[in-house]
Design a protein around this ligand. Structure first.
Ligand code: GDP
Ligand code: MG
Length: 444
């Protein structure tokens, strides 16, 4: 069963709350899990090492926001850093050159070059009203040329006529002159690939580049490329100086580690992602989504939702049992106060609870501050065990004693007891309220 990074970090940091800053030891423990998550997402080891080092430097000494746990804070730092490395925003394909603008598609065989060529052409035609010419330079496989012809027909984009016996370089030259005389805005050159990188492939790609002088050279790569991603991206980039990357098969269940590897290895932007076999299954690259995916977080749920999930199952069960019996003593109130403080205040918590949102309004705003929580906890701690379990015992003389012990006015004790009574009444009502009631909320 896949365990998300947040679950793992939650374990490391369980029991640690209220820290001012992340310590070296906390961060080292967290980084071990981050490293594991990245390796599981198929990020190249070399990139994992560099990345975790970078995150480590940012994380040590980072302030932990009061309302979040250290694990969440680390995830935030890792996530932000991932987004930064992946590139902040979608970089569009540039057509900022004299027409016809040549676009060269490179990559291994089967990576999705021909399919992506069709997808991009369709997008340029439909969304930017461009006149596009496609040309297949795949001389080794006649079927590949026919594949592009068929695709062109489907999307209504012209494809250069097939002339048997021509070399890739000759076809490239012919494509350019046809595009020039035919008044095309863009000419896309779909190259042949190999199943692996070799010198012949690189030499041919470099020669095609030389004769066609492409404005964009897009490396098409399968998002499921694992440890080879760095080598693949670096080989093409050092030989032909790519201008961008298109990741394909992002619709599969890979975790997208290749995106980080290739971006880190080349510094070149990931421009587009392929999310299916159909001609419209092409999307802009959003670094945040890939970062979520690499970390295994799906959509990052809001902090409050996360904090709410932090109520441990055991506590929740105990609480549910007590509520069913109509019991809610001052120990429970103290536990709730401490929990609520972690979750960012009572008002925000109550708003989320069925039947409790009305009560949130009755609580004066100044009761929500952390200091108030601390004082209320101090008051309860000044009570005896018996008093906490049976608040009815709290007569005037006991209240005076507790006030002195907690260093507050008696009126504060009265307010707290009143609040407890209100909450106990409310909880009794809601816990009898059937499905959706408070007892349910606490796991009953
Ligand atoms: P090429 O050899 O690099 O030209 O690769 P092709 O374009 O012929 O694609 C190889 C296979 O991958 C084909 O069956 C495509 O339909 C499929 N393919 C390409 N891109 C995607 C994608 O983004 N998602 C999915 N699921 N399949 C894709
Ligand atoms: Mg092809």
């Amino acid at each position: 069963m896949f365990e998300s990074l947040s679950d793992r970090l939650g374990k490391i940091f369980s029991g640690i709350t209220g820290r001012g800053a992340l310590s070296e030891a906390d961060v080292q423990a967290a980084l071990r899990e981050v490293r594991r998550a990245l390796i599981e997402a198929d990020v190249s080891l070399e990139v994992v090492r560099a990345f975790t080092e970078q995150v480590g430097q940012r994380a040590v000494g980072a302030e932990v926001t009061r309302s979040v746990k250290p694990g969440q804070q680390v995830i935030k730092i890792v996530h932000d850093e991932l987004v930064a490395v992946l590139g902040e925003e979608a970089v569009p394909i540039s057509l900022n050159a004299p027409a016809p603008v040549p676009i060269l598609m490179v990559g291994l065989q089967g990576s999705g070059k021909t399919t992506t060529t069709g997808k991009i052409a369709k997008r340029l035609k439909d969304k930017q009203n461009k006149k596009v010419l496609l040309a297949s330079l795949d001389t080794r496989r006649p079927a590949a040329m026919e594949q592009l012809q068929t695709l062109g027909g489907q999307i209504g984009v012209d494809v250069l006529a097939i002339v048997p016996g021509q070399s890739a370089v000759e076809i490239a030259r012919r494509a350019l002159s046809t595009a020039r005389t035919g008044g095309y805005d863009v000419v896309m050159l779909d190259t042949a690939g190999r199943t692996h990188i070799d010198e012949e492939l690189m030499a041919e790609t470099a020669e095609i580049k030389r004769v066609s002088n492409p404005h964009e050279i897009l490396l098409v790569a399968d998002s499921l490329t694992g440890q080879d991603a760095v080598n693949l991206a670096r080989s093409f980039d050092s030989r032909v100086d790519i201008t961008g990357i298109v990741l394909t098969r992002v619709d599969g269940d890979g975790r997208g580690g290749a995106a980080l590897s290739m971006r880190a290895a080349t510094g070149k932007p990931i421009k587009l992602i392929g999310v299916g076999e159909k001609m419209d299954a092409l999307e802009d690259f959003h670094p945040k989504r890939i970062a979520d995916r690499i970390l295994g977080m799906g959509d990052i749920v809001s902090l409050v939702e996360k904090a709410a999930a932090n109520v441990s199952a055991e506590d929740a069960e105990k609480m549910a049992k007590k509520l069913k019996k109509g019991q809610f003593d001052l120990n429970d109130l103290m536990g709730q106060l401490q929990q609520m403080k972690k979750m960012g205040g009572m008002a925000s918590l109550m708003k989320m609870m069925p039947g409790m949102s009305g009560m949130a309004k009755n609580l004066p705003a100044d009761r929500m501050g952390d200091k108030v929580f601390d004082r209320q906890v101090a008051i309860i701690q000044s009570m005896t065990k018996k008093e906490r379990e049976k608040p009815d015992l709290l007569n005037a003389s006991r209240r005076k004693r507790i006030a002195a012990g907690a260093g507050v006015e008696v009126s504060e004790i009265n307010k707290l007891i009143k609040m407890h009574r209100q909450m106990a009444d409310m909880m009794k009502k809601v816990s009898r309220g059937g499905p959706g009631g408070l007892a349910n909320m606490f796991g009953g």
